[in-house]
Design a protein. Sequence first.
Length: 357
Amino acid sequence: MTALTILLVLVLLLVVFGLLFRLQILTSIFSGTFTRDIGMSNSVNAILMLVFLIGGGAWFAYSFAENFNKMNPPIASVHGHQMERMFWTTMTIIGIAFVITQTLLFIYSYKYQHKEGRRAFFFAHNNKIEVIWTVIPAIVMAALIFAGWKAWTRITGAAPKSAVVVEVMGKQFNWLVRYPGRDMKLGVINYRMIDAVNEWGFDLSDKSALDDFTSNEIHVPKGVPVLIKIRSRDVLHAVYMPHFRVQMYAVPGMPTRFWFTPTTTTNEMRARLGNPKFNYELACNQVCGGSHFAMKATVIVDEPDEYQNWYAAQQSFSQKNPEVMAAFKQKAKPSVSKTAEPAEAQEAAPAPLAATY
Ligand SMILES: [Cu+2]
């Protein structure tokens, strides 16, 4: 209580001093002895505004030119070209508006710095100007958004029936990849069945899961539509394939997808870039934890016949892991339905994931 009283007294004293100071200024104004000391700081600030405009502008232009190729890798998909056109149309229009408004902002700050005897023009309202700067941006933005919405619905619409299907599942911190086998159907997966061997949680009691195979790399054929089905096993990740201009969230419990048609094989791109070590990549671009930076997978675009050969050479998960298959067969027998195994499998289920789809 004493402390509070002392604090209150101090605050009141400060207020009294403030009022006394203000009173002194008012008296000097009325007695005609008041002079306002603007000093150097006003013109220094005005000049700094110009320095910031020119220096900042030059730095921006330099860093943009220097990093352009890093931000803008060559396009290797059909829809990539449409997206590129849309992106640059939007950037050009908003870039022009940005440069004009920011240049005027800083130049006017310099031009209209304080000058003795100059009074600001009182300008409260003008309907004509209000209408112009509301209607024109509204029309331009509506046109851009409409064009974007049309392109986006085309790009993210249903994949063609002929599309090759690949499913990826993001987890801390890598991508799991699986393909449907010869039946062209991805089998049921169940998060309760996930363990160190069965990372996908394949439910091998489902017939369509028997020929599904997993892969360390993503192979896709050139010139053929590819449908990427996307899942997450733990937190939010995102499938980002910059060369194909593909990005889509991987959301736990909510499968997403994206389809695209690759136009350039890995070998063609290596020749074009003069880099024999080049590989397309699928990177995670949502900060998803400690090793997020290392979360990526290699994507290989093959000629269609090479892809067919690779596809035919793959061994299904159930063939590669006979012990998992045997466990499922055993479970299927009613007499041994209460063995230790299913309980163990349940304990090992760490991740929230839609049970089936
Ligand atoms: Cu991630």
